[in-house]
Design a protein around this ligand. Structure first.
Ligand code: ADP
Ligand code: MG
Length: 697
């Protein structure tokens, strides 16, 4: 069998996709379902029953015994509750059953998932509702039904519900704009998403020796290794055999589940990698990204690795992000953010481009909040680049056009020309109209925007529904004007001029990592919300609550609940990290350092008895003893800070106390411990070193 045939057979083999449905469903039912999926028809009991039955038969043929509603609670992870297909009969036998009702709705006990006060404890009831826009699949022996998760009263308890709502809002407003611009063919507009996922691989044996990696997903200790990423020789470097074998298996598993894993490469840091799929509809892409993260972690263990999804597993080494490539596509296949060769003449493109620019400037703090989590705090702003300032990279060509728009109208598009490589042996290449900028948090990359602030461990749903919502809102503004317009062309010009002028400050094509940008951004009045805690506050600003309500994406209570959960999550995470810092310091590092000091003292005693001087040993003992004392003091200070933070009475003051007191106290303990790591006998040091973890493959 040729490789091509095999790949064709493998791809989507475990997915109840359209091909399978066409084969197994009566024609009428399939066409009804397609209409349901595209919002043109309501789901009926009859259609659901037939679908459920076909799914069950297909699943049983693939060896499945159970089904589960698979949902994405606000933990950012996924959850599933498995039920078997078995139904007992009165005579003691069983039949295998799966009804439309079971397919559509599940009732997990919701009381153990974070709800931020939306669901009081005695009202444990929560529902999972089948999201039929994302295909059902089989993993192991279970049929997975992608679902949304809500309270008894229909309030969203998950990441998917607001994502789906935001897609509706975006579709509605984008269609209004297209119609007003005279576009008659498209019937719908969908956001597309292609998330590039970064991660680290470490050897499992090292992972298991580090309580911090096991419990926090990041190292809370570790002296910088003598070699880091300064050689820059890892990026796109050739794959180590063991890593290759791991990736081959990851791809295979993902392809079976219909995830189009496409590119993979080494990242900048040692032991860091990236995997990217081919983009697809935003909510399917979100599901696929969850599957990708789970698969990476599962397969890594089979290969003796552990896959780290944390945004900053190693201090001083590049962190991991998840670049959310985002665009808008019509059902007729037009990418609304494709500039074409002469963007200045492309009115639809210019309107959507300027809508995004306005949305990002107007609602920058919401985008910042959508990527706020304790892990990302290490990546954004706090210690190392990239900064937490939201700005847009447009590149030369589009920046020039936006400047022309501000001046009254765009008349030309700069062209890239061709690139000559100085040898006749290589063909001349058409040059892209603009270079790349790897430092921008929100970069235009040819025919899409790449939102790069998203953290590697995060669900793409939050950043994506925020982006969808803010763009929908600006499109609504535009549609409101254009629908009433007597002269659409003239009014478009006017709007574009206004947007290009008002939002010039958000465009920045320079180096976002340089210290000058921080000052420049300040001059421009762009917010720089460095910590998670400060970046969450704007979520509840009056105009932001109104925005989410206006677009029907989240109600006030839902937003409040989400904010509450994010603050709580921040405090809980820091509480665990502080606990681990203390545990390792008191029970591993301090005892080992004391053992080393004793060893030195003994050696000094023995040498002195032998009438030898021991100047080096004495100096070492002195240094180590002093550091032990400092460490012990820092441990006490951290304990005190944690005690105080734990006793704070409000969610906000607790989060602030963890940020302002616990976080620096943890850093102080670490600093001393890391110095000790560079002094103490390597055989005694209780933790595998950065060099071991980053360079063993
Ligand atoms: P780069 O490293 O240049 O950013 P990659 O190929 O690693 O490029 O990743 C680009 C990602 O963007 C891929 O997941 C790709 O499918 C996705 N992408 C491309 N076009 C679109 C689009 N129109 N909408 C959303 N995502 C897109
Ligand atoms: Mg990229």
């Amino acid at each position: 069998m040729s490789n091509q045939v095999k790949l064709n057979e493998i791809f989507g083999a475990k997915v109840f996709n359209d091909a399978v449905m066409r084969q197994r469903l009566p024609k009428m039912i399939y066409s009804d379902f397609v209409k349901v999926r595209t919002g043109q028809k309501e789901m009926t009991q009859a259609v659901a029953d037939i679908l459920a039955n076909a799914m069950k038969d297909w699943a049983l043929e693939h060896g499945a015994t159970h089904y589960c509603h698979w949902f994405q609670p606000m933990t950012g992870l996924t959850a599933e509750k498995h039920d078997s297909f078995i139904s007992p009969l009165p005579d003691g036998r069983t039949i295998l059953e799966f009804s439309g009702k079971e397919l559509i709705k599940g009732e997990p006990d919701a009381s153990s998932f974070p709800s931020g006060g939306l669901r009081v404890m005695f009202e444990a009831r929560g529902y999972t509702v089948w999201d039929y826009t994302s295909p059902v699949f089989i993993k192991g022996k279970t049929l997975y039904i992608p679902s949304a998760f809500c309270t008894y009263n229909g309030q969203a308890l998950d990441k998917k519900t607001p994502l789906l709502r935001s897609m509706d809002a975006l579709n509605k407003q984008a269609m209004r704009v297209l119609r007003a611009l005279g576009e008659v063919e498209p019937l719908s507009v969908t956001p597309t998403l292609g998330p590039e996922q970064e991660y680290f691989l470490v050897d499992r044996k090292f992972f298991e020796q580090r309580l911090d990696l096991m419990l926090c997903g990041r190292t809370v200790y570790g002296a910088p290794p003598p070699r880091g990423q300064e050689m820059e020789d890892h990026y796109f470097g050739s794959m180590h055999e063991r890593v290759s074998a791991f990736m081959d298996e990851v791809n295979l598993e993902l392809w079976k589940l219909g995830v189009s894993a496409k590119t993979q490469h080494h990242e900048v840091a040692p032991a860091q990698y990236e995997i990217a799929p081919i983009f697809t509809t935003a909510n399917v892409a979100t599901d696929h990204n969850q599957i990708t993260m789970e698969t990476l972690q599962k397969v890594a263990r089979r290969h003796g690795f552990v896959c780290l999804m944390h945004e900053k597993p190693f201090a001083g080494v590049n962190g991991s992000g998840k670049h959310n490539n985002w665009s808008l596509v019509t059902d007729t296949g037009t990418n609304l953010l494709d500039p074409g060769t002469t963007p200045h003449e492309n009115m639809v493109f210019l309107v959507f481009l300027c809508a995004v620019i306005r949305a990002v400037d107007k609602y920058g703090p919401l985008l910042r909040a959508s990527v706020a989590n304790p892990g990302n705090e290490h990546r954004l702003g706090a210690n190392e680049a990239p900064p937490a300032i939201v700005s847009i990279f447009l590149g030369d060509q589009l920046t020039d056009i936006v400047e022309q728009l501000a001046a009254g109208g765009a008349k030309t598009s700069k062209q890239g020309g061709s690139l000559k490589l100085g040898t006749s042996l290589l063909p001349p290449l058409p040059k892209d109209c603009t270079d790349r900028n790897r430092t921008s948090p929100f970069a235009f990359t040819g025919n899409k925007f790449e939102f790069r602030m998203v953290g590697s461990s995060q669900s793409t749903a939050g950043p994506c529904f925020t982006l969808n919502t803010i763009v929908a809102d600006v499109l609504m503004e535009i549609a409101d004007v254009l629908e009433k317009s007597q002269d659409v062309r003239a009014d478009v010009q006017k709007l574009l001029k206004q947007f290009a002028t008002d939002h010039a400050r958000i465009i920045f094509n320079g180096d976002n990592y340089g210290p000058e940008w921080v000052l420049e951004a300040q001059r421009r009045g762009l917010p720089n919300l460095r910590s998670t805690v400060e970046s969450l506050a704007p979520m509840l600003d009056k105009e932001h609550v109104a925005l989410f309500e206006r677009q029907g994406v989240l109600g006030r209570h839902e937003l409040q609940a989400r904010t509450e959960i994010l603050y709580e999550n921040y405090s809980k995470t820091l509480n665990i990290e502080a606990g681990v810092t203390l545990e390792i310091a008191k029970r591993q590092i301090l005892p080992r350092c004391m053992r080393y000091a004793t060893r030195l003292a003994r050696s000094i005693k023995e040498l002195t008895a032998a009438e030898a001087d021991a100047p080096v040993q004495k100096r070492e003992l002195h240094k180590v003893s002093r550091l032990i004392e400092e460490l012990s003091g820092a441990i006490d200070a951290l304990e005190k800070a944690v005690g105080k933070a734990r006793a704070s009475d409000t969610t906000l003051s607790k989060a602030e106390s963890f940020r302002d007191e616990v976080f620096p106290a943890m850093g102080a303990v670490r600093k001393i411990a890391d110095t000790l790591e560079t002094l103490v006998d390597a055989d005694l040091w209780p933790l595998p070193s950065y060099a071991q973890m980053l360079f063993t493959r």
